[in-house]
Design a protein around this ligand. Structure first.
Ligand SMILES: C[S@@+](CC[C@H](N)C(=O)[O-])C[C@H]1O[C@@H](n2cnc3c(N)ncnc32)[C@H](O)[C@@H]1O
Ligand code: SF4
Ligand code: SF4
Length: 412
């Protein structure tokens, strides 16, 4: 699989590894996720934060959030930090736009992820007033599936209306639809794309369901290796057919240089703890909000600590190049690029990744290693030589190769 690319591009691998090392050390805050609430008006089957199952007593207040923003703006350039407002459902927080007005006046850029149910004319007006730049709205299926999956009867039409309203909103530079791909909706991707296009949205992000929160209990929703292949093949095809659209995958996982580059233009990296932090709805200062919420991973709390102080002096576990090392990963041919994959699927107790591309595609990797095929990224001359050699082969061998090539469409 990727190992053959690695062998031929050792310079790239080493310089990428060195770059990561340097960035880990620098730890320049670029994105701050603000989980402004864990309350929610939906009860999605997959919710990674199990939102809506309990009423939180200790939700961070407007004043507390303002305090953190002041602290950050006093030490760093707020124009270089993107605030991603998330939840729970951010729009259930009644003073959300007062908070965002303050952030905007301090110079922060901000965007929001939302289930979209509460977007109406008044909300769009507030988005404009507070200079919201980006928004990502979840659509996980066509009307019936979306509403049953998210346990929100009657929500779908409101979401579509909201998406249309925002298209006339001058401050927003990017309106995105996010689909969390799972066993139930993988067969609807084509139709969801048509829907997204019909609404006039040009940015569609697919993420895969991760085994966290309620999704860990509903394991029949999780994708297997065949589903991953299906999703990526669909994305590759769709991107060629829709060049005017941005169709992205992720945050996600390390899938190897060729797949990650084809999907998002670069190798996957988990930015947790050196570019990205979050503040959870109870004020806890944390890595990315999708990381398992273990008490030992809490870096501080905005009620007792200065965020800047915590950012500068804690988060140590994320800032070593060996941060996700274990015996297996260190011996892996993909180690220097993958670095143990993403923290949102890292098992902190067992110190091992719960998601591993080499495990997921172990059969293909073994098969490909055995066959010692040529790499996917080839020079023109090599392609020609390969074609010449092929011509000389018997029809039987040619047919065999055709089958193999068909199989290695995306994963090689
Ligand atoms: C936590 S939600 C918060 C914003 C809003 N409530 C929503 O659903 O869009 C942000 C995104 O995380 C996704 N998400 C939730 N649970 C997930 C899981 N188990 N795996 C992957 N993504 C998940 C949602 O589908 C949504 O696109
Ligand atoms: S995924 Fe979003 S909308 Fe669904 S329950 Fe979780 S926070 Fe609410
Ligand atoms: S998670 Fe570890 S073993 Fe798996 S591909 Fe990444 S470095 Fe290799």
């Amino acid at each position: 699989m990727i190992s053959r690319f690695e062998i031929k591009n050792n310079d790239f691998i080493q310089s990428y590894y060195d770059y990561r090392k340097q960035e880990l050390k620098k730890h320049e805050l670029k994105a701050l996720f603000f989980e402004v609430t864990s309350r929610c008006n939906a009860r999605c089957e997959h919710c990674g934060s199990s939102c809506g199952d309990f009423v939180p007593k200790d939700e961070i207040t407007k004043e507390e959030i303002w305090g953190v923003l002041d602290d950050i703006a006093a030490h760093y350039d707020p124009r270089k930090i993107m605030l991603f407002i998330t939840g729970g459902e951010p729009l259930v927080k009644k003073d959300l736009f007062e908070i965002m007005d303050y952030a905007n006046k301090l110079g922060f850029l901000w965007g929001m992820t939302t289930n979209g149910i509460l977007i109406d004319e008044k909300v769009v007006e507030k988005m404009v007033e507070t200079n919201m730049k980006t928004i990502s709205v979840s659509i996980d299926g066509l009307e019936e599936l979306h509403e049953s999956f998210r346990k929100t009867p009657g929500a779908f039409k409101k979401i579509i209306k909201g998406l249309k309203l925002m298209q006339n909103c001058p401050s927003i530079v990017d309106i995105q639809v996010t689909t969390c791909v799972n066993k139930k909706n993988i067969g609807q991707l084509e139709q969801i794309l048509e829907l997204v296009k019909d609404i006039g949205i040009k940015d569609w992000r697919l993420i895969e369901i991760d085994p966290i929160g309620r999704a860990a209990q509903n394991s029949d929703l999780l994708l297997d290796s065949k589903d991953f292949k299906r999703m990526f093949e669909f994305m590759f095809k769709t991107r060629v057919e829709n060049p005017d659209m941005k169709i992205m995958y992720g945050c996600g996982h390390y899938f190897g240089v060729d797949v990650n580059t084809a999907l998002n233009g670069g190798v996957f990296s988990c930015f947790t703890g050196y570019w990205v932090a979050s503040i959870l709805s109870n004020g806890d200062i944390f890595g990315c909000p999708d990381i398992p919420r273990l008490p030992e991973l809490i870096e501080g709390n905005i009620r007792t600590d200065s965020f800047v102080d915590v950012w500068e002096n804690k988060f140590k576990r994320y800032r070593r190049i060996n941060r996700t090392s274990n015996k297996k990963c260190k011996a892996c041919p993909d180690w220097k690029l993958c670095l143990g994959d993403a923290f949102h699927t890292w098992d902190f107790k067992k110190r091992k990744p719960n998601f591993c591309v080499r495990e997921l595609f172990s059969e293909e990797i073994a098969e490909n290693t055995k066959k010692k095929e040529e790499p996917i990224i080839e020079t023109k001359e090599k392609k020609e030589t390969k074609a010449d050699t092929k011509k000389k082969k018997t029809t039987k061998t040619a047919t065999k190769n055709k089958t193999t090539n068909k199989k290695k469409k995306w994963y090689n």
